[in-house]
Each structure stands twice: as structure tokens, then as C-alpha cells.
Design a protein around this ligand. Structure first.
Ligand code: ZN
Length: 439
């Protein structure tokens, strides 16, 4: 994003009294873009390098783009689109109104929930803040010492603990079991991914209805992989994506590194070297404490992790590497398991949602480098995926994209769990088959 936009933003942060919540987004419009050919899509997707716009969905010939454009850039943006004959429409005139609706309905639902007499665990009517989740993980470990261990992967840039749970009936000692690694919120604004990891925790600890998943498998679950960015989306800047590293460049107030471009895998080859960009890759691979912390947990257990799932939003997709378009040697298996997971979700999804798309990230979406799931794949984890959970939008719904309607929170957790289970059971069965063959 360009400096002009950031300076207004910094002004609002510094003198927040005069800037009501979400004022930074006042008059921002969400555009839907239809491209007819590759030339148009390259043109549209390249505009983020020149204008302070926020690309929610990259346009290609099979998928309409979604781009958030500040009020003072709209005329310029529209002129540029017209110059290349690109079709567009305004999906949301003023995104600030949607942000206020999201606040309101989440607050209403939270008030209703707090009136309930007994809530076991965390409810699925709200998107819980960092501290609530952090406390919850500790409480679970205290309450279920034979099943749950809480650990910290290390501190975030601003010093928050990156806690994760290890869930195991055998304290991770039985090496015949596969390890499943699950995480969410590496991208701060992708709120709908948090209920998915929390739902998994609920079904493995508090409300166990399928015991094989607990008995046969060891789990590592990190619900908030980008704690600082995540808190920032609650307090100041709902569409923040990166971490909160500052001091990146003297005299430049742009902040943050895209953590999903900062892993040491093809680093810097398909990401931005501009500190203001939403896909800024940082000053070097693993320059950020958050990615280094995740790397350490992955590496510690890499010999036993059979499947890695990093939950993002939005788009209803299950994607695999490599993001430069080169397929891993076991790509057919990766694709097959991806399809199984997608079908498991599709069976229980809401009818107004699209079916999941499964494929290589480069071929389905775009080239990218430094991603978590590519790193996990490259260090030898056999199955590694990025989930893109669905956007909440449907008949009569006003909220779009990253915004979350409380009506969808439990469903997001429930349906994603169906996919996760399918993947987990596959690795359990295939590992036991491999071990039997070795006997
Ligand atoms: Zn993401």
C-alpha cells in the first residue's frame, strides 16, 4: 500500500480520539473485476504495485477479482480499468458500513452467549481475541493433563507467546502414531480460520465423539500463528494481513512482513520487496520471529508429521505446492487426499457455498514464494496443504470476504473439521500400512 494511505492511517492511530473505529476505511469501495484474457488479468493484478489498493481476490479468467479501493483512488482506478477495457462493478460502495455491521452482530451474539449458564470450552458464536484463546489453551492443559500439553513456540515480534497444544494419549511417545499439524491465522485478517482450529480442539478434548482420532493420532494445533497482526485487526485495522514488525526502512512508516512469504522456500522469487506491500517478504528468509518459531516446531517433529494444514481464507480451496508450479514427486497422492478432504467438506457445507476446488497453488491461483506449506513439503512432510475457507456470502447476506457473520462461525468449524478428519485418517491408515509392510 502506498504512503499516502499509510500516513492517514498512522495519523488515526496516533490521534485515535478523532478517528472513530473503521474511519480509515470510510468510503473505500470493494470492486468486482471481470477479466477476459491473461493480458487483462496481468494488468489488473499488477495495479497493486502502483496504487494503494488492497487485492482481496486476484482476477483470472475463471474467477472474478475483488479489490478494495480507497475513496480518493476510485476515479484513477476506474480510468485505468477503462483504458484496458476491463469490466468492473462496485460490490460494496462503502466497506466501513460492513465493518460496522460486523462489529454490531458479533457484539450482539457475544452478549447473548454470555447470558448462557453453562458454556463448555469456548463458544462458537464469536471470534475470540488473543488473550481469551491464550488463556483457554492453558486451562485445557491444566484440566486434561493426561491428554493436553501446552507449549510456546516462542514470542511474536511484539512479545506475545505463540502457544500451541500437543494432544496425545501417549504424550507423544508412541512413534507409531502419525502427527497432524494444524494452524490458523498466519494471515491476521482471516478470522474465520480461528473457529476451525478451535473446533478441532473441542472435538479432540472436550467433546470426543470419534475416539480413533484421539487414540491413533498425535496432534499439534496452533490457533494463532500471527498474534500481533491478529490483535491489530481487532483494535485498529480490520484488513491487516502481515505481522507487526516496524523499523523496516528508515523514514518509512510502512510496517509488517507477510509471514506466508517469509519461509525459506524459493524465498523472494514470487513476492514483494516493497515494505509497503501486503506481500512483503521481509529482509531475509525467517527474518521474522513468528516464522522462525513455526519452523522450529515443524523441524522438531518433521520426522513424524505426516500432514500439515495451514488454514487461510477465503475462496473454498485446498491447495498444495509447490507455488512455483513444480509438483512434488508424490503429487498424485497429495491431490487424491486433497480431493477426499474437499469432498468431506462439500458433503456438509451450506448449499449456497461453492464446492471446494483442489489443486496446485500456482495453477489454481498464482505464483508465490516463501509459503508455510511449501516449506513443510520441502522438509519432507509428505502431505502439506493450504486451506482457503469459504467467504461468508449468500442470499440476503451483506457481509463479504474476510468479514464474519456469527451465523457461520460454528459451521466453518464444523465443516472444516470434516476435511481435517479425512486427511488425518488417511495418514493414520497409510502410515500403519507402511509400517506393516516393513515388518
Ligand atoms: Zn491467507
Amino acid at each position: 500500500m502506498a504512503n499516502l494511505f499509510k500516513s492517514f492511517f498512522v495519523f488515526c492511530v496516533t490521534f485515535y480520539v478523532v478517528c472513530a473505529k473503521h474511519e480509515v476505511y470510510d468510503g473505500h469501495s470493494l470492486y468486482e473485476i471481470v477479466v477476459k484474457n491473461e493480458e487483462q488479468s496481468n494488468f489488473v493484478n499488477g495495479l497493486e504495485n502502483d496504487l494503494p489498493i488492497d487485492v482481496f481476490v486476484y482476477a483470472n479468467t475463471g474467477r472474478n477479482g475483488q479489490i478494495l479501493v480507497p475513496k480518493d483512488q476510485k476515479a484513477n482506478f476506474e480510468t485505468l480499468l477503462a483504458s484496458k477495457d476491463v469490466e468492473y462493478s462496485i460490490k460494496v460502495e462503502n466497506i466501513r458500513e460492513q465493518l460496522e455491521i460486523e462489529d454490531k452482530i458479533l457484539a450482539q451474539m457475544a452478549a447473548r452467549t454470555s447470558n448462557r449458564s453453562s458454556v463448555v470450552g469456548l463458544d462458537f458464536d464469536n471470534i475470540h481475541r488473543f488473550q481469551v484463546v491464550d488463556d483457554y489453551l492453558v486451562q485445557l492443559a491444566n484440566a486434561y493433563p493426561n491428554l493436553v500439553t501446552v507449549a510456546s513456540a516462542g514470542k511474536s515480534f511484539e512479545g506475545r507467546d505463540m502457544k500451541y497444544l500437543k494432544i496425545s494419549t501417549t504424550n507423544f511417545q508412541d512413534t507409531r502414531k502419525p502427527v497432524v499439524f494444524l494452524m490458523s491465522l498466519l494471515h491476521a485478517r482471516e478470522w474465520v480460520t480461528l473457529p476451525a482450529t478451535l473446533f478441532a480442539i473441542e472435538k479432540l478434548v472436550l467433546d470426543v465423539t470419534e475416539a480413533d482420532l484421539v487414540n491413533d493420532i498425535d496432534w499439534i494445533i496452533m490457533p494463532i500463528a500471527n498474534p500481533d497482526g491478529y490483535e491489530w485487526t481487532h483494535t485498529n485495522f480490520r484488513f491487516w494481513r502481515k505481522n507487526r514488525r516496524n523499523g523496516l526502512m528508515v523514514g518509512n512508516f510502512c510496517m509488517g512482513v507477510d509471514l506466508n512469504r517469509n519461509f525459506d522456500i524459493f524465498w523472494g522469487t514470487a513476492s514483494s520487496n516493497s515494505v509497503c506491500s501486503d506481500t512483503f517478504h521481509g529482509h531475509g528468509p525467517f527474518s521474522e520471529p513468528e516464522t522462525a518459531n513455526i519452523r522450529d516446531v515443524l523441524n522438531e517433529h518433521s520426522g513424524r508429521i505426516e500432514i500439515f494444514m495451514d488454514l487461510h481464507s477465503f475462496g473454498s480451496m485446498i491447495l498444495y505446492g509447490y507455488a512455483n508450479g513444480v509438483l512434488p514427486p508424490n503429487a498424485l497422492t497429495i491431490n487424491l487426499v486433497g480431493v477426499n478432504m474437499a469432498q468431506a467438506i462439500d458433503r456438509v457445507k451450506w448449499p449456497n457455498k461453492p464446492n471446494y476446488i483442489v489443486g496446485n497453488v500456482f495453477h489454481v491461483l498464482y505464483a508465490a514464494s516463501g509459503g508455510s506449506s511449501d516449506y513443510a513439503q520441502a522438509i519432507g512432510i509428505p502431505l502439506s496443504y493450504t486451506y482457503e475457507l469459504p467467504a461468508f456470502s449468500g442470499a440476503g447476506q451483506t457481509l463479504n470476504g474476510f468479514l464474519v457473520d456469527p451465523a457461520f462461525i460454528r459451521q466453518a468449524g464444523f465443516e472444516t473439521w470434516e476435511g481435517i478428519k479425512a486427511g488425518a485418517r488417511f495418514v493414520r491408515d497409510s502410515l500403519s500400512m507402511r509400517k506393516n509392510m516393513l515388518r
